[in-house]
Design a protein around this ligand. Structure first.
Ligand code: PLP
Length: 416
């Protein structure tokens, strides 16, 4: 579980927060835009957009290469962003932060580079709640190296079966447990600290997929005692095109690079090469410098607000959503109602396919997600091929949740 924070009586000024997001003031036809697809990607505050524009207007150059002042500024901006990410997640050193393209790429680096040490019969443990980004790289490894995957099941509320986990850890030599820190479908979080302690007792490493968790809860990799962590900037109010892989220094240091090219080498000759130290070893090619600047600005922006306020506000939105949606006949919330939910809430509705519902809501300016949300095993677990998902961010309001519920009631009659 994430650290529970005490509530302070300060209140977020949501109208003022909303004004900082230029995109939110637009209308879709006659309707105001209601953006409730934040688990897919968040909108960006002006301060992030300005920071990136400012970088391009004043400091753009290829970092770590040029010997002129502009290149120094680009290098500084890129490395400042790395340090900012390190303090944000409480990494021991900035060198433990690898900039990648996304959560997906971060997990793939672990599977493909750390995974090279695995042999046929070695076991990776995953839960049924995982996003495909945390399943497919391991299935690829299963095909390539003959590893086994042990699955942790869940109950009807989406709670992981801790007995299965204990059994797997006790009976098999599990090399790595790769787990979502917050479900992108159910909005539920497993008891992370307990699970990590359990895994470590069995000599098993833990990779946390924090793609969803990172925008909703504080993350302290040292307190969690995780071994690897992955997230994407674009779900954290930052730009697309950049993600983060954090790993313990000794683990990253023992891993070979994934991409070969510029920046990741120490020396190259016609018949051999040696690779660079971490983190450059994993950052072959020209890095996404402006995106790193944007991510830096996004972290600065988000962390100006107390986490307990963010958690309170978003939890209150989801409680309202549960209350309002539960009034709709034939609507079932995946995993049932829960006070513990954060980020996302998914549901099915008798008589209407999620795709039709999302399209009709979209015509009313309301953006929600429909489908399996890249979590097909979880949808199979709930015997639901697809669902509709709403996901909240700091700038959402109760009025938007009421607008969603009212629009569903309006859309439904012809389908019943
Ligand atoms: C839990 C989880 N993991 C991984 C991902 C993949 O993130 P990205 O597409 O930014 O790589 C997502 C995206 O929705 C997610 O929700």
């Amino acid at each position: 579980m994430f650290q529970m924070l005490c509530y302070s009586p300060l209140a977020l000024d949501i109208p003022s927060i909303r004004r900082q997001f230029p995109i939110l003031s637009q209308r879709i036809g006659a309707y105001p835009l209601v953006y409730l697809d934040n688990a897919a990607t968040t909108q960006k505050p002006k301060t992030v957009l300005d920071a990136m524009t400012h970088f391009y207007e004043t400091s753009n150059a290829n970092p770590h290469r040029g010997l002129y002042p502009l290149a120094d500024r680009a290098t500084q901006a890129y490395e400042d962003a790395r340090s900012r990410v390190a303090t944000f997640i409480h990494a021991t050193r900035p060198e433990e932060i690898v900039f990648t393209k996304s959560t997906t790429e971060s997990i793939n680096i672990i599977a493909k580079c750390w995974g090279r040490t695995l042999r046929a019969g070695d076991v990776i443990a995953l839960s049924v709640l995982e996003h495909h980004s945390n399943i497919v790289p391991w299935l690829q490894l299963k095909e390539e190296r003959g590893i086994d995957i042990a699955w942790i099941d869940a109950d009807g509320t989406g709670r992981l079966n801790m007995e299965t986990l204990e059994k797997i850890l006790g009976e098999k030599h599990v090399k790595l447990l790769s787990l979502s820190a917050l479900s992108n479908v159910l909005g539920t979080a497993p008891p992370l600290q307990d699970i990590i302690a359990m895994a470590h007792r069995a000599q098993c490493l833990v990779l946390l997929d924090a793609a969803q968790a990172v925008a909703h809860h504080p993350i302290d990799v040292r307190e969690l005692d995780a071994d690897f962590l992955a997230f994407s900037s674009h779900k954290l109010y930052g730009p697309t095109g950049i993600g983060v892989l954090w790993g313990r220094e000794r683990l990253l240091d023992a891993m070979p690079p994934m991409l070969g090219g510029g920046m990741m080498i120490d020396e190259v000759d016609c018949d051999h090469f040696t690779f660079a130290e971490i983190p450059q070893r994993f950052e072959g090619g020209t890095p996404p410098v402006a995106d790193a600047v944007g991510l830096h600005a996004a972290i600065d922006w988000l962390t100006q607000f107390p986490w307990q306020e963010i958690e309170m506000h978003e939890r209150s939105l989801l409680t309202t959503a549960q209350n309002e949606l539960s009034k709709i006949e034939g609507l079932s919330i995946l995993g049932g109602t829960s006070q513990e939910r954060s980020g996302s809430l998914s549901f099915t509705l008798d008589g209407i396919h999620p795709h039709d519902l999302a399209e009709l809501l979209g015509q009313r300016g309301i953006c929600v997600r429909a489908g399996h949300h890249c979590a097909q095993p979880l949808h199979r677990h709930f015997a639901a091929p697809a669902s509709t998902r709403l996901s909240v961010a700091l700038y959402n309001t109760e009025e938007e949740i009421f607008a969603l519920a009212a629009a569903i009631q309006e859309i439904l009659p012809p389908f019943r």
